[in-house]
Design a binder for this molecule. Structure first.
Ligand code: BGC
Length: 723
């Protein structure tokens, strides 16, 4: 087949080559005449946002039967957290700390989307996010590079399955490489500036993990790092991605981002933009039409050579080949729709249950049996579409269960009164009286607050990540009634609500849980499911603390309450409202007996660290144990805690089990002063616990001996070269 592709390349005109590098949009149900003639003339290699067997079949037929070279098209879509069956948003699913679950939902989404003619998903989104003002935190696996890396490999495995040629698989796209999450002040598309170390240690590991897992494609970020847009970053896309990591897949531009090199201020016209992007390593130009309009001039001016075009075309053809398109251009489409066995819904419900984080609980939950009347209050009480969250592919609001519906079904003998009180973002407070009226006669109030699905995701930055509109007025009116109040926060980010945390009997982060949200929430509230989700991001108590994250570096002046000249704020505590990893359960887990198999380690050796976990609570449940390290004396100050592993254990009441972590000496390697990897002699502190709250962790230590101070691997430089 390699020969076939080479022969194709040899037969192609420049226009046809550029066509393979061009991705255009069609609408969901049809495409314009322009798109159809572009296909016929070989000016289009791939399409996005076209799905459904009829239209895909027809467009593919044009490519196969009515073009000179009969090269099949590639169809891509953002299948981020489900296709038609919608699972929790990635930030929520990250809270499950559960790689098999992450893989299973991606697999299910791939099977569904591929039947609709989709071959390529623009997922997983892997941008490390430490700023809840940034709306795309909703799409991300959170603040931690290890968690992000595990998420990355699981998602790639799930989407791509055992082989890309399997018609139920999708080619995955790890996006958006280049520290998109580091936009200044959380403002969407804004420029970012960060050190090479930060890029290397925080923003790239998840992409490296995706590359190691064999991800088919990588998408560049819209943004720049210190003036070098990702789409023109040779060091990032060529030296790091291709040379250092050996990535051989396709690099895709973000929507229109090649052409945006002009307004970015690094290209004078489309020819320069196209040359910069192709030289940096962008193979496919999504929607900007910059390659079609700019590359011929760029070649004529000698800004880029034909060999760069050929290399990019070969990568695109190779992806089509790996997908089996040359043999089966209608892949996926010929499969019959499966009988509705409910398995997708069951998985969506399970994923949603496992993504819920119980933030506080004074004992009001699980709801006691025999409740006679509950009031479900708030603008999210009966919201359906909002449950799906941003980027919900072809999910339909009509498929989603609302919180009120979920509770009605779960509590058949209880009267469930519902009142929105206020809208999500409006300022009209007239409905609050009605909400208070139903709350007054209820045994318990379930207060459903938060954002709608448009307030996070792309272009969803908010300077005040708090409850929008008049929701606080509603909530305080309800809290003033003195009833037990269970507050549910639906959102694509942590929302700052210290007053609610202080006053409600229980608070749960319910994110956007997907179509089974209402059932999953009811399962947790009544105790049919024991909450096990953990925060994948630190939850701030004040907007002034942002960005906030657990893996801080030490300061020369750690906080001392009595000493003013130490690291703190005068007006708010420095600690988050809830730390990374926080999440309660209806069980009570106690960790004890931390031990390691050795107290010394040499390069190439490994250790095992074990801890006992006992369920001292009344019900069976699942605990997540986090394993952190800290290197207290190093050539470059290391974070106070770094997550190195996590594990889950299920225990019946009274049962004790053991969690074991195996670590090789690699775990203690870090980027030294020159950014070359180093393993340094000395003590390493090892911690296990339930969250990144340092005061609550069990500690032991180990000594690294006979280390090499400089390792053979070359440092990965991320300085940006001019083209
Ligand atoms: C987003 C990408 C997405 C693309 C195609 C862009 O606006 O940044 O994440 O894959 O659109 O829908």
């Amino acid at each position: 087949m390699a020969k076939v592709i080479e022969a194709l390349l040899a037969a192609m005109t420049l226009e046809e080559k550029i066509g393979q590098l061009t991705m255009a949009e069609g609408s969901g149900h049809g495409t314009t005449r322009d798109v159809q003639s572009a296909i016929r003339e070989g000016r289009l290699g791939s399409l996005l946002n076209v799905h459904g067997s009829e239209i895909v079949r027809e467009l593919q037929r044009l490519a196969i039967e009515e073009t000179r070279l009969e090269i099949p098209l590639l169809f891509g879509l953002d299948v981020l957290h489900g296709h038609r069956t919608i699972f929790p948003i990635p930030l929520a699913e990250a809270a499950a700390f559960d790689p098999p679950l992450w893989e299973a939902t991606a697999r299910a989404a791939a099977a569904e989307a591929s039947r609709d003619g989709i071959m390529l998903t623009f997922a997983p989104m892997l941008d490390l996010a430490r700023d809840p003002r940034w709306g795309r935190i909703a799409e991300s696996p959170g603040e931690d590079p290890l968690l992000g890396s595990r998420f990355a490999s699981a998602k790639v495995r799930g989407f791509q399955g055992r082989s890309l040629s399997d018609p139920t698989s999708l080619a995955a796209t790890a996006k958006h490489i280049g520290a998109y999450g580091a936009v200044t002040a959380g403002r969407e598309y804004a420029s970012g500036d960060l050190s090479e170390r930060t890029l290397l240690e925080l923003h790239l590991p998840a992409f490296k993990a995706a590359a190691d897992a064999g991800v088919a494609a990588i998408m560049a970020a819209f943004t720049d790092i210190a003036g070098v847009p990702a789409h023109a970053n040779v060091t990032l896309l060529r030296k790091t991605l291709r040379c250092a990591w050996g990535f051989e897949g396709v690099v895709i531009s973000d929507y229109g981002a090649v052409a945006e090199l002009v307004p970015h201020g690094v290209a004078a016209d489309l020819a320069e933009a196209a040359a910069l992007a192709l030289t940096a390593g962008i193979d496919i130009d999504m929607m900007g039409d910059a390659y079609r309009r700019g590359l011929p001039a760029a070649l004529a001016r000698g800004l880029v050579g034909l060999e760069a075009v050929d290399a990019a075309v070969m990568r695109v053809l190779r992806l089509k080949e790996r997908l089996g398109l040359f043999d089966e251009p209608y892949r996926g489409l010929s499969r019959d729709a499966p009988a509705d066995d409910g398995l997708g819904r069951d998985l969506a419900r399970e994923a949603a249950r496992r993504s819920i984080v119980l933030l506080t609980n004074d004992g009001v939950l699980p709801l006691p049996p025999g409740l006679r009347r509950i009031a479900v209050v708030g603008p999210l009480a009966d919201a359906a579409r909002a449950m799906l969250g941003p980027w919900a592919a072809i999910g339909e609001g009509t498929d989603a269960t609302t919180i009120a519906d979920g509770l009605r079904l779960a509590l058949p003998d209880c009267v469930v009164d519902v009142s929105a009180g206020v809208s999500i973002a409006g300022s009209d407070t007239h409905g609050i009286a009605d909400a208070c009226r139903i709350a007054e006669t209820a045994d318990i109030v379930v207060l459903c607050l938060g954002e709608d699905e448009t307030m996070s995701g792309e272009a969803g930055s908010r300077a005040h990540p708090e409850l929008p509109g008049a929701q606080r007025i509603l909530a305080e009116a309800i809290l003033d009634l003195g009833k037990p109040v269970v507050a549910l926060i639906a959102s694509g980010r942590p929302l700052i609500v210290p007053w609610l945390v202080e006053r409600a009997s229980a608070v749960l982060a319910t994110w956007f849980l997907g179509q089974e949200a209402g059932h999953a929430i009811a399962d947790v509230l009544i105790g049919a499911a024991n909450p096990s989700g953990r925060l994948p991001v630190s939850w701030p108590r004040d907007v002034g603390q942002i960005p906030i994250f657990y893996a801080e570096r030490p300061t020369g002046r750690p906080e001392i309450a009595a000493n003013r000249f130490t690291s703190k704020y005068l007006d708010v505590p420095a600690t988050p409202q809830f730390p990374f990893g926080h999440g309660l359960s209806y069980s009570r887990f106690v960790l004890s007996g931390l031990r390691s198999t050795t107290t010394e380690i040499r390069r190439g050796q490994h250790i095992e660290i074990a801890v006992d976990v006992t369920n001292e609570g009344p019900v069976a449940g699942e605990e997540t144990v986090l394993f952190f390290i800290h290197d207290p004396v190093a050539s470059v100050a290391r974070p106070l805690l770094e997550l190195k592993d996590f594990a889950k254990i299920r225990l019946r009441p009274g049962e004790r089990g053991t969690v074991t972590f195996t670590l090789t000496s690699e775990a203690f390697i870090f980027a030294g002063r020159s950014l070359a990897p180093v393993l340094e002699v000395g003590e390493i502190e090892l911690f296990v616990g339930k969250s990144a709250d340092r005061g609550s962790l069990l500690r032991t230590s180990i000594r690294v001996i006979v280390a090499q101070d400089r390792l053979a691997d070359q440092p990965v430089s991320v300085r940006s070269d001019p083209v």
